[in-house]
Design a binder for this molecule. Structure first.
Ligand SMILES: NC(=O)c1ccc[n+]([C@@H]2O[C@H](COP(=O)([O-])OP(=O)(O)OC[C@H]3O[C@@H](n4cnc5c(N)ncnc54)[C@H](O)[C@@H]3O)[C@@H](O)[C@H]2O)c1
Length: 313
């Protein structure tokens, strides 16, 4: 992995962190950002080259992260794969499923690793719950509420924030949404900045997901219910409690045991990039491939259709 020649395209808020991780994990060649001033700043910090064009960077690397705005993911990833470069594309994968299909096809034809940055998959709480073998939950509810930031305004809150919980819903259930109802409000931008979706999946699971990018108090929580237990994940505070029906008692609720799971502190972005680079070397499946990225994109687009119908009422 240390010999892998890597680069980052787009070194704004998140891309700078990608660059830092590659610098520690691989032979980090350099960056390209269309904002030359920003590129020079990050290149100076990491002592790497700021390339003058995307093509110049692609000619020198084996693998890149694409951390540009979503509206540019397709064009940049297409150029990278045409140059034979493995890609980790930030979420959301692309703007629509046609773009996603083209990139998935290119990766298959050219035997390239195509990963999508659904980073919550590597969260220790989610990994714990997947390994616990509880099966598909009956019901999930999530809140992902963030203060307003003038970034990712080329997309709505569904693609920006709710897509994380949609991804976890599909991952934990292995099912597809069949009935999606949603509401949303364009509070600050011209796109939905708050949304609430209620969906039934084809295995009977129900999910209720709320997202906002215009609140004062941030929250990132998910509650997951099975027949005999429920899990409460707080992504902000890195806690996981699992409440089991049976022996033991939580004060005031007889017959319920509270299991507070000790979660390791993990650098999620380093874990995600390490997994991507490992997949290139070992040919093992990547943590989130293009097909999984497309699957959650399609679900997010279903939510958007429902929100748009609501907004037009
Ligand atoms: N996985 C996550 O949790 C997560 C979190 C935040 C952002 N993101 C995603 O990361 C991406 C970037 O978000 P951000 O917050 O860093 O945005 P940002 O606006 O801070 O950075 C984007 C950078 O890309 C550059 N850029 C724009 N078009 C370009 C092009 N064609 N070629 C090269 N550089 C270009 C801009 O100059 C800017 O420096 C978005 O897709 C966003 O959805 C993912």
């Amino acid at each position: 992995m240390k010999n892998m020649r890597t680069g980052v395209i787009g070194v704004g808020h998140l891309g700078r962190f990608h660059a830092q991780k590659y610098a520690a994990l691989s032979q980090f060649v350099g960056i390209f950002d269309q904002n030359a001033e920003r590129a020079a700043e990050v290149a100076a910090e990491l002592d790497c080259q700021a390339f003058s064009s995307v093509g110049a960077l692609l000619a020198e690397v084996d693998a890149v992260s694409i951390v540009t705005p979503t509206s540019t993911h397709f064009a940049v990833a297409e150029a990278a794969m045409q140059a034979g470069v493995h890609c980790l594309v930030e979420k959301p994968f692309t703007l629509d499923t046609e773009e996603a299909d083209t990139l998935i096809g290119m990766a298959q034809e050219r035997h390239l690793v195509l990963a999508v940055g659904h980073i919550k998959r590597v969260h220790p709480a989610i990994q714990h719950l997947r390994q616990a073998g509880y099966g598909a939950p009956r019901y999930l509810e999530a809140e992902r509420l963030a203060p307003f930031k003038p970034r990712s305004l080329d997309i709505d809150v569904i693609m920006d924030l709710m897509i994380h919980d949609l991804d976890l819903t599909l991952l934990l259930t292995g099912a597809e949404p069949v009935d999606v109802r949603a509401v949303g409000v364009a509070a600050v931008t011209d796109k939905a900045d708050m949304a609430n979706a209620w969906m039934t999946l084809n295995n009977g699971t129900v999910a209720n997901l709320a997202a906002s990018r215009v609140v004062r108090e941030p929250a990132r929580r998910m509650r997951i219910f099975w027949q005999d237990r429920y899990a409460s994940v707080d992504f902000l505070n890195n806690t996981l409690h699992i409440y089991h029906r049976g022996a033991g008692s939580v004060p005031g609720i007889p017959g319920v045991r509270d299991e507070a799971v000790e979660l390791p502190k993990r650098d999620a972005l380093a874990a995600e990039i390490e997994d991507f680079l490992n997949a290139i070397v070992t040919h093992r499946p990547v943590f989130c491939d293009g097909i999984a990225g497309r699957r959650v994109l399609a679900a997010a687009l279903q939510v958007r259709v429902a929100v748009e119908a609501f907004l037009q009422h």
